[in-house]
Design a protein around this ligand. Structure first.
Ligand code: AMP
Length: 423
């Protein structure tokens, strides 16, 4: 029996984990700059949580969830997105009792959606997401968008654009839904079966349809902005003014509604024009959700957040060659059994002193070991032959200058520290 990887998943092999570690480190650093703290929630939750929060009219819940019944007869689902679990935890752990008023959290990890795999679209993929809970202020919407923009800028990704829109408050949305329904009513028979169902349950979702998106009726559809209440309008105007002040480049896209049910007011997406991403150009997106915490059983708490698809960031990053290719400090090359035993002692001492080291265990010849040292990008090689063992010294060679020196066993750390200190 030959085993192969499940469809829609990938193995990240050492050559790509380098890019991933670089990406993860950068995301953590930016989170720390924004004083956003990490939260880790389970990869599975009660199925109902997603039905309730993501929404029963969405593709994610309707078609894409990995749902199973466990031995205790509970219906569980592998998380298709991160917000629901974070909000569930926020409520369950009473994080809303926060004298600072605003709770800022981030998560990073695998998500699962049963989708048709293609470039930038997998069944197990990873997201980095941020949730800011506690305030309805447009300043917080902009803090989120600013952070999203900082991420793409720090990754050096060019040709990336911030698209924004507003869905308004409850009242604006209700008025807008009525207008959308009368707009789409005459063309309803020409729309896909999903849109026909959405028409009844949640007409906003029609605008999010990938099948009908080129139907001419989409171009002439009413715009959310024409249905805003005064306060929803003021909120959006403040968001735009703050983005202008920060000189953040953005485009208002009236058809942007986002795939999940819980959004209100500001929604946004970060879209790349990198041709390699093709149909997977949306690097990330998010928006405001003011009723979700209450929906999940907590006290009324407004929130705003976003999530980036990490595979897409990694694809975009791959085109950038400057992901640091890190090598090791020392590669030890013992000749013979006695030398190998001594090398084990030396390597353990070097590691304890913070040096990144490796050594040969295969008992190979000099030439082969030098080749390995090259591949590992070792800054120094350390040769330990019979002579060296007898004299209690090592031969240390600088891979760049090719200078070679003989050092007493007891002075290796001192020597290397000196070398690094002199750089
Ligand atoms: P969403 O939660 O649908 O708003 O998705 C947020 C981001 O996650 C998207 O912009 C993508 O970058 C990424 N994403 C969503 N679904 C997938 C998937 N199946 N495979 C890879 N990335 C995905």
């Amino acid at each position: 029996m030959k085993y192969s990887i499940p469809r829609g998943t990938v193995d990240l092999l050492p050559e790509s984990t380098k890019t991933w570690q670089y990406l993860e480190q950068l995301l953590r650093t930016i989170a720390s700059n924004y004083n956003v703290q990490e939260i880790r929630t389970p990869v599975f939750e009660m199925t109902e949580l997603f039905q309730r929060s993501v929404g029963e009219t969405t593709d994610v819940v309707n078609k894409e969830m990995y749902t199973f019944t466990d031995k205790g007869d509970r219906s569980l689902t592998l998380r298709p997105e991160g917000t629901a679990g974070v909000v569930r935890s926020f409520v369950e752990n009473k994080l809303y009792v926060n004298p600072d008023k605003l709770t800022k959290l981030y998560y990073m990890g695998p998500m699962f959606r049963y989708e048709r795999p293609q470039k930038g679209r997998q069944r197990q993929f990873h997201q980095f997401g941020v949730e800011m809970l506690g305030l309805e202020s447009p300043y917080v919407d902009v803090e989120c968008m600013n952070m999203a923009v900082t991420i793409v800028e720090s990754l050096g990704l060019r040709n990336v654009k911030l698209h924004i829109n507003t869905l308004g408050d409850e009242e604006s949305r209700e008025n807008y839904k009525v207008a959308l329904k009368s707009h789409f009513k005459p063309v309803l028979p020409c729309l896909c079966p999903d849109c026909q169902a959405r028409y009844e349950k949640n007409p906003l979702r029609i605008l999010d349809c990938k099948v009908d998106k080129d139907n001419p009726s989409f171009k002439t559809a009413p715009k959310t902005q024409d249905f805003l209440t005064d306060s929803a309008k003021a909120h959006f105007e403040k968001v735009c003014a703050l983005l202008d002040d920060l000189e953040i480049d953005y485009e208002v896209d009236p058809n942007l509604v986002r795939g999940l049910d819980y959004y209100c007011h500001t929604v946004f997406e970060v879209i790349s024009e990198d041709p390699e991403l093709g149909n997977a150009a949306t690097l990330g997106g998010g928006g405001r959700y003011n009723s979700l915490v209450e929906e999940i059983g907590g006290p009324s708490t407004p929130g705003v957040g976003f999530a980036f698809g990490m595979e897409r960031l990694a694809i975009a990053l791959k085109n950038k060659q400057d992901v640091a290719e890190e090598g090791i400090d020392v590669y030890i090359m013992p000749m013979g059994d006695e030398a190998r035993d001594l090398a084990v002692q030396i390597i353990s001492m070097l590691r304890a002193n913070g040096f990144r080291c490796d050594m040969d265990y295969a008992g190979r010849g000099m030439k082969a070991m030098f080749k390995t040292a090259d591949r590992m990008k070792a800054n120094y090689t350390m040769i330990l032959g019979e002579e060296e063992v007898k004299n209690e010294v090592v031969n240390i060679k600088n891979s760049v200058t090719r200078e070679q020196v003989t050092i007493d066993l007891g002075k290796i750390v001192e020597f290397l520290e000196g070398e690094y200190g002199n750089e």
